[in-house]
Ligand binder design. Structure first.
Ligand code: NAD
Length: 340
């Protein structure tokens, strides 16, 4: 059976999820939607995705620019088994009555609160629990990156406490409206930040405290992560676990990379689509274990990319009987993605 997928909100995340879905052998895109005409509509047309719009009054803007409109968002949803809601944060909640009315499964993004879906997803942790649900939320880019590495360490050693500092990108590369241009912004100035509680929406038992700041860059987030482990670990075992994980990559010493800019360039040169880094980029040289139980590391998180593969797995988790490991394998294989 082919899973029919609609993408409501064809922006930074939606356009990436659409391409990742279209690459899967067991899924097809029945439509993507937008609110207003812009370059993304030309991309949808070039990809052959039927384009639906939220407000039919805007149809002339699209058709006048040579982009056919297939119909309304409601009509698109009527053709789908599941909708990926990648509209800006907060709009997903407003869309919920429409999904309830159509009795359609919906996958929300991290800009929505946990309560909007009632279930927060990460393919490494709780894939099987998505089965049978109408609503699932793929957690934010930062939370996805934190959850992947914390869960992996927790499975092997037990994690007693996590302290994390997130150095966050100011805006996505194509976003000209956000800053700062020349400042480090405490986000928020109160401690801790909201990221810790968000991690606990997936890993309820983990003790974690977080702080975050925004810096003038667009490429990626950079996490400084410290975990107190219950059982003694070795640096080599931590590196082995990272190497074995399908969504955690190691930025090796040999690569000579010590910045997000060089990492982004590396992805581009590897011909990753849109230079996307779907995996956590753990800096091999940073991984250190002190006194057996204090683990430290740096990891880079590509905000536009890491959640994309999670959305593909969430679709399978909700709409098929494919088990978690197989879904992750299929998702990665269809994208020709092997973690660093
Ligand atoms: P975006 O602004 O790039 O894209 C949103 C798209 O939704 C736009 O194309 C817009 O035209 C469309 N849209 C707006 N209202 C709509 C409506 N009512 N119906 C249909 N389409 C509508 O936003 P984004 O960055 O892709 O973020 C989407 C979601 O993903 C948010 O919840 C965000 O928090 C989350 N997220 C974003 C990032 C990131 O770094 N950009 C990372 C992880 C998660």
């Amino acid at each position: 059976m082919t899973i029919k997928v609609a993408i409501n909100g064809y922006g930074t995340i939606g356009k990436r999820v659409a391409d990742a879905v279209a690459a899967q052998p067991d899924m097809e895109i029945v439509g993507v939607s937008k609110t207003s005409m812009n370059a993304d509509a030309y991309v949808a047309k070039a990809r052959g995705y039927p384009l639906y719009i939220a407000d039919l009054a805007k149809r002339p803007d699209f058709e006048g620019a040579g982009v056919p409109v297939a119909g309304t968002v409601g009509e698109m949803i009527g053709k789908a088994d599941v909708v990926v809601d990648a509209t800006p944060g907060g709009i997903g909640l407003k869309n919920k009555p429409m999904y309830e009315e159509h009795k359609i499964r919906a996958i929300y993004q991290g800009g929505e609160k946990h309560e909007t879906a009632g279930f927060s997803f990460n393919s490494s942790v709780n894939y099987a629990e998505a089965k049978g649900r109408q609503f699932t939320r793929v957690v934010s880019c930062n939370t996805t990156g934190l959850v992947r590495i914390i869960h992996e360490m927790d499975r092997e050693f037990g994690v007693e406490m996590v302290r994390a500092v997130m150095v966050r990108r100011a805006s996505d590369p194509g976003d000209i409206k956000r800053g700062p241009v020349d400042a480090i912004v405490l986000d928020p100035v109160t401690l801790p930040s909201h990221h810790g509680p968000d991690v606990r929406s997936v890993l309820q038992h983990i003790r974690i405290t977080t702080a975050a700041m925004i810096v003038p860059t667009t490429f990626m987030h950079l996490h400084v992560l410290q975990m107190t482990l219950a059982k003694p670990a070795t640096r080599e075992r931590v590196l082995e676990l990272c190497r074995a994980h399908p969504r955690i990559g190691l930025v090796t010493k040999a690569a000579g990379i010590r910045s997000t800019a060089e990492l982004k360039e590396f992805m581009q040169d590897l011909n990753r689509p849109r230079s996307d880094m779907w995996e956590n980029g753990v800096f091999e040289e940073s991984v250190s274990v002190e006194d057996g139980t204090e683990l430290w590391l740096f990891q880079a998180i590509h905000q536009e990319a890491d959640v994309v593969v999670e959305n593909v797995d969430a679709i399978r988790a909700m709409c098929s009987d494919v088990p978690a490991d197989e879904s992750v394998r299929m998702t990665n294989a269809a994208l020709e993605f092997v973690a660093l």
